[in-house]
Design a binder for this molecule. Structure first.
Ligand SMILES: NC(=O)c1ccc[n+]([C@@H]2O[C@H](COP(=O)([O-])OP(=O)(O)OC[C@H]3O[C@@H](n4cnc5c(N)ncnc54)[C@H](O)[C@@H]3O)[C@@H](O)[C@H]2O)c1
Length: 348
């Protein structure tokens, strides 16, 4: 069977998660890895931690895989078809640009970059490339979110009255390479790193909000970044759409990702009770969305991207580049709103 030959840059939480997923994909083969940390290049990932999931071993087997200390050598390796970029956000742009210009398919972890200038530079290169490009907005592919969004958009639940999305993490202070998440310049705080998923869900479910009003707090855990934010999205139609995100809670607090949509015909919830639809006529539905083979959005987005490369299909099932750029513009407006304490209109 033909396989997509993959090179992963960055062997932290996301890079090692991607590694495990590519390993169970019969259409994928990891042929190269790169990291600036020589310990990780030996397969020793004991220093890596993350918010969702567990792992069986602290040692990855890189037998037969080329390990590069220089990521540009991986990008220019003729055996690599697809570059999977899982480095800290502030270095996304340079590797994404190099990989696109080298004519590789590129899967780039979210958020797309640290600034709108970088986002636009990457977007331009992706549009000019004849290869495929996706961003790891994994919540778009997460089974419960994808099901609810698909059914909402067919009109099955009726008109939206109110919606809220939450993504709340225990503190990630001390959990990353050089503790980069705690540095605003490098990560953009919970506002960009974590809450971006729900910004993008708002865009994914409902289209383009006109304006945002955000309240946030800086420097609870990080140097000066927004560590907790609550945003109201104005669609100009009287609906109430809110999202809350933060990583300021104590280390022992469990991770929470949840949403609730109150619509004319049903209330759709993914919360402590699981994924349920409470119909106005009294029925309570528990949709069967679990997929034992591809249990998470990470599995689904990566399997899908690899299959698109092999089949020659533009990978637009979960995202278009324009939508992801929109989400970044919404994030920028939220950051301005937090600091100005005013409602900010979004310029698309
Ligand atoms: N989609 C998701 O749900 C999700 C979850 C967590 C993180 N992320 C994103 O994934 C990316 C990586 O985050 P992480 O949690 O894996 O971070 P991490 O700190 O766990 O790992 C980062 C890795 O990159 C390496 N690295 C740092 N600078 C490098 C450079 N210049 N060149 C090559 N390697 C370098 C580090 O040695 C480390 O191995 C970030 O953009 C983050 O926002 C996405």
């Amino acid at each position: 069977m033909k396989k997509v030959r993959i090179g992963i840059i960055g062997l932290g939480f996301m890079g090692t998660t991607h590694f495990g997923i590519h390993q169970i994909n019969p259409q994928a083969e990891v042929v190269a890895v790169a990291d600036i940390d020589p310990v990780k290049l030996t397969g020793d990932i004991s220093a890596v931690s993350g918010n969702i999931g567990t792992r069986d071993s602290n040692q990855l087997d890189f037998t037969g895989i080329t390990a590069y200390s220089d990521p540009y050598k991986l990008i220019n390796d003729p055996n690599v078809d697809m570059v999977d970029i899982c480095v800290p956000t502030f270095v996304h742009c340079k590797y994404a640009m190099a990989a696109l210009l080298a004519g590789k398919h590129v899967f780039l972890e979210k958020p797309m970059a640290r600034s709108i200038a970088e986002v636009e530079e990457i977007a331009e290169a992706a549009r000019n490339s004849d290869k495929y490009f996706n961003i790891g907005m994994c919540v778009r592919a997460w089974p419960e979110y994808y099901d609810a969004r698909t059914r909402f958009q067919t009109g099955e639940f009726g008109k939206l009255k109110s919606a809220n999305f939450r993504r709340l993490s225990q503190s990630v202070d001390g959990g990353s390479w050089e503790n980069w998440f705690m540095n605003d310049e490098r990560a953009g705080g919970a506002l960009l790193d974590l809450h971006m998923h729900d910004i993008d869900q708002v865009r994914f479910f409902f289209g383009r909000p006109q304006a945002v009003t955000s309240f946030g707090v800086r420097g609870v855990r990080s140097d000066r970044a927004v560590d907790h934010v609550v945003t109201n999205y104005d669609f100009g139609d009287g609906t109430l759409v809110i999202a809350e995100g933060g990583w300021a809670a104590a280390k022992t607090v469990p991770f929470e990702m949840s949403f609730q949509l109150i619509c004319e015909k049903a209330t759709v919830r993914f919360m402590s009770e699981g994924y349920k639809i409470y119909w106005e006529d009294g029925r309570v539905e528990t949709p069967e969305v679990a997929d034992a083979k591809l249990p998470t959005g990470w599995h689904k987005e990566l399997f899908y991207f690899v299959s698109c490369i092999l089949d020659g299909v533009k990978p637009e099932k979960y995202q278009t580049l324009g939508e992801i750029v929109d989400s970044f513009k919404i994030y920028e407006a939220e950051a301005r709103s937090v600091d100005s304490k005013e409602t900010v209109k979004i310029n698309y």
